[in-house]
Design a protein. Structure first.
Length: 358
């Protein structure tokens, strides 16, 4: 009898208060995945590999060449139809919109995101004899656009430079090693820096007629035990009065002047936390953000405090912090609007607001 009474009382309590048994899920702080409508072909190819920001517009590129356009404060992203049925190989934000380099024909377009107008910059006119080149990477220098192009089968490479209005183009390769090409460009103080895929760092000033190879960051090898050049630069930044370079395998370096030796920056306290392969360096709001692979979690450096912190909060998880959403394990690019940091990470686009950054 007592058991029946208890069961009846328990049953009545549950019926009267069903909501008390179900606790609603609440979003957690930190990173959030952006809702890009990625195609399965995009995901299978490696997902999002680059993103650029122009004002409040965000342009994301997948490894399969698809482009997605979003806007800060808006939940929806659009998959863009590209001119002539082409695919993107590289993207870059400029003062007039987004530059898009194609996978074929040496085509470079200028996209106005607010009107979705594409302007053909006719970069291929400088590629006589190389009709099937893809635009590997691009950079801006003193109002001009510089681009590195390679053949579809990696049998040829060249660099070209536009006039300040992007109306004419000329060859810009003199001084670079054959068969190697630019992985990244970076302009500072009238100098243009170029990081090659396998030959190190080069510089060109406004008065130079050819690229000049600089002294290189040094990395230690055990067999035989010695320092060697670190020839794999992938990112640059000017921050805290120093030129920084992110490298594959060797990590992070800085130099005080353009001709002084490079210093390997690896604080002992977070030795295992900094990425081994640094693909993105991004100064923002007085801090330096660093990201790459091994580990893919972005780090932030505060020069005033001399401290590094990991942006691990909810990284690559859904908004509730329960399920992993990133299919891959590399962060390839960082960029920011006025109050939100975005990352091309794990094949996705992730974002984190300034209040959530430690």
């Amino acid at each position: 009898m007592i058991g029946l009474v208890l069961m009846a009382a328990f049953g009545t309590s549950c019926a009267d208060h069903p909501a008390s048994l179900v606790k609603p899920r609440e979003p957690v702080g930190g990173w959030r995945p952006a809702p890009l409508p990625l195609l399965q072909t995009d995901i299978d190819s490696g997902g999002v590999i680059d993103l650029q920001i122009w004002g409040k517009w965000i342009l994301a590129q997948t490894n399969s060449g698809t482009l997605y356009l979003g806007k800060e404060g808006k939940p929806d992203w659009s998959r863009l139809a590209q001119p002539q049925g082409g695919l993107a190989k590289s993207i870059l934000a400029g003062s007039n919109g987004f530059f898009v380099g194609a996978t074929d024909g040496g085509k470079i377009w200028l996209l106005k995101p607010d009107s979705l107008v594409w302007k053909d910059l006719h970069a291929e006119t400088s590629l006589a004899g190389f009709p099937s080149m893809m635009v590997q990477t691009m950079g801006l220098w003193e109002g001009s656009l510089v681009a590195s192009l390679r053949g579809v089968r990696d049998t040829s490479a060249t660099e070209i430079l536009s006039s300040p209005g992007f109306s004419t183009w000329k060859e810009f390769r003199s001084g670079l090693p054959s068969r190697d090409l630019a992985a990244t460009f970076f302009a500072h103080d009238s100098n243009l820096y170029l990081g090659t895929f396998a030959s190190g760092i080069y510089r060109r000033s406004l008065h130079d007629s050819a690229w000049v190879r600089l002294n290189q960051p040094q990395t230690w090898i055990n067999s035989p035990p010695k320092f060697i050049d670190s020839p794999f630069p992938r990112s640059f930044a000017w921050f805290d009065g120093k030129l920084w370079s992110g490298q594959i395998v060797a990590g992070l370096f800085y130099t005080m002047t353009q001709d002084s030796p490079w210093v390997h920056f690896e604080p002992d306290s977070i030795r295992v936390a900094l990425p081994r392969d640094v693909y993105s360096l991004y100064p923002w709001r007085g801090k330096l953000f660093v990201a790459g692979e091994w580990s893919s979690i972005p780090m932030v450096y505060d020069p005033g405090l001399g401290t590094w912190k990991s942006l691990v909060a909810n990284f690559c998880l859904d908004e509730y912090g329960s399920d992993r959403v990133c299919p891959y394990f590399t962060t390839l690019q960082l960029a920011a609007t006025s109050d939100t940091l975005y990352a091309a990470s794990g094949g996705m686009v992730l974002k984190i607001g300034w209040p959530d950054i430690p």
